[in-house]
Design a binder for this molecule. Sequence first.
Ligand code: RFL
Length: 407
Amino acid sequence: MTHSSPHANSPSPQRVPVVVIGAGPAGLTVGNILRAASIDCVVLEAESRKFIEQRPRAGVIEEWAVRGLEQRGLAGNLLERAQRHTMCEFRFGGRGHRFPYTELTGHHHFVYPQPLLVTDLVREYADVRGGDIRFGVRDVRLHNTDTDRPSVSYLCPETGRRQLIHCDFVAGCDGARGVTRSALPPERTRIARHDYGIGWLALLAEAPPSSDCVLFGVHPHGFAGHMARSPEVTRYYLQCPPGDDPENWSHERVWTELRQRLAAADAPPLTEGRLLEKRVLDMHDYVVEPMVSGRLFLAGDAAHLTAPIAAKGMNLALHDAFLLGDSLAAHLTKGDDSGLDGYSEACLRRVWDYQEFSQWLSDVYHGTASGDPYRAGTTLARLRRLFASPAAAAAFAEQYLGTAAQF
Ligand code: RFL
């Protein structure tokens, strides 16, 4: 909500060119780009530094996104430590079918846990580039974002007092549960939503990966996924009813289902381990159009949610952040408005392309468990085509890796 009167009781309202709300991959990347251009900004984060540096989430990063981080001096640790993945494997009909996308395209995926990337980005922003970041802020409010004199206020965790910051721009990078999206005027904003009607039990297992590549099990019981996170930890997914209670999934039930849904002749047994995380994600998407109103620019999950079906969310957050950071820097240092003017449209072209791919992939993952023999038949035809038709394989690889020349 845009409040016209901040009611600040801060002794000295501050002024900076940009206030960034949220210290996820999007907000921290924007902040780092601004600091590299010697532009002052303040990043406001609701959680503690320790919390955001440990919050487990994404792992798969596309090559173009890593190059984008590298160009901005943000990929040092990642390039040293991340695993490179060159193929994935679909398991269906009791067999494994390897899809060697690097052989087909020359491109690969990086696997680097999101908490490590966030740790790198915070360190670079706060400790190396001298950026101002305030953790544990409460009740962030936006004021006058439709004027050229916006401001942001928040409750300071130490004093409990409301602090006010005047700025030229607000970057809304506060994720799916943030407050900035609701500051867009409803009469000029469209929110497109899609609900898959499917749940995924997201698991982190204290167990080494059971394969050298990502596994997608397409099984009549439902989808199962296997993704390495580190030599010691593996992420697994199990399709389940939306809203299911994680407590319905005992250790025994989880591993029995994973073994069945990821079964393949000649594949070694899964390496089992303690379950460190067990939560149900309801698969849904939304896209906010436009991602801008006045001086408020949204980036990442604040503007669009992509269910983790195709592992695209953090990649899109980084794409937005590159465009927003660069455009703000061009405006503030050179008076060049072209980037900011075209920002929303440029982001949304990739966003919609990735949304469409997620929907396509959802049909593949969930079709055989739909209970509908017609959908099961077409799902298996799609899967077989990936391995029989070079044209279908090339199209899939391009979308899976996000390598299209244009969106
Ligand atoms: P984030 O990471 O949610 O960061 C937003 C930050 O804003 C803070 N915040 C506030 N701060 C101040 N005031 C407020 N009122 C605030 N409200 C919130 C939050 O504490 C947080 O620190 O959003 P950002 O930067 O847009 O990044 C998006 C990504 O985090 C997200 O898209 C990915 O995690 C999605 N995702 C994946 N994406 C990939 O590209 N590849 C993957 O392999 C992948 N795997 C996943 C995923 C998401 C998952 N979950 C939990 C939904 C796997 C999972 C299980």
